[in-house]
Design a protein around this ligand. Structure first.
Ligand code: FE
Ligand code: FE
Ligand code: ZN
Ligand code: FE
Length: 161
C-alpha cells in the first residue's frame, strides 16, 4: 500500500469481512436473548446489516475493487467472545444484560471502523463513497443507542436481583 486510497480500500475490505461475519452472529444473539425488545433490536440490525453489505458492494464497484480478500480478525475475536458468553450458565436477566455488553463491543468496533473510513473518503474527495459510509455510521450509532436504552430502561435493573 502506497497511498491513503490504498489504505481506504484495505479498510473497506476489512469492514466487509466484519459485516459478513455478523450475518451469522446476529441471529444467534437474537435467539439467545429473552427480552422481546432486545430480540427485535437484533432482528432490525440484521436487516440493516444486509443493506450495509450492499452499500459496501456499491462502494467496491465505485472503487473498482473486489470486497473480498481480508479477514477481520477483530470481529472474529469479538464474535468468539460473545459466543462463549452465550454458553455461560446465568439467569435470563443476567444473560440479556451480558448479551447487550457483547453486542455493544461489536457496535463500537464498527463505529470506529466506519468513522475512519468516512474520514479517509472525505479527505480523498470521494463524496459519494463518504456519504454511503456515513449512512452506515449513523445506523451503527443508532444500534448502539438502542442497546443502551434497552439496558438502562429495564434489563440492568432486572439483573440486579
Ligand atoms: Fe454493521
Ligand atoms: Fe477489522
Ligand atoms: Zn470496541
Ligand atoms: Fe452494527
Amino acid at each position: 500500500m502506497k497511498t491513503l486510497k490504498d489504505l481506504l480500500e484495505h479498510q473497506i475490505k476489512d469492514i466487509y469481512s466484519a459485516e459478513t461475519q455478523l450475518l451469522d452472529a446476529l441471529p444467534k444473539m437474537e435467539n439467545a436473548a429473552h427480552d422481546n425488545q432486545l430480540k427485535k433490536a437484533f432482528k432490525t440490525h440484521l436487516a440493516e446489516t444486509k443493506n450495509q453489505i450492499k452499500r459496501l458492494s456499491t462502494i467496491c464497484k465505485e472503487l473498482g475493487i473486489s470486497p473480498e480478500g481480508e479477514k477481520c480478525k477483530a470481529m472474529e475475536g469479538l464474535i468468539k467472545e460473545a459466543a462463549s458468553f452465550l454458553k455461560e450458565d446465568t439467569t435470563n436477566a443476567v444473560k440479556d444484560a451480558g448479551i447487550i455488553a457483547e453486542a455493544q463491543r461489536i457496535e463500537h468496533y464498527e463505529i470506529s471502523s466506519y468513522g475512519t473510513a468516512v474520514r479517509y473518503a472525505k479527505e480523498l474527495h470521494l463524496d459519494k463513497i463518504a456519504s454511503l459510509l456515513n449512512d452506515t455510521l449513523d445506523e451503527e450509532y443508532e444500534a448502539d443507542e438502542t442497546l443502551t436504552d434497552i439496558a438502562e430502561d429495564r434489563l440492568n435493573e432486572k439483573a440486579k436481583n
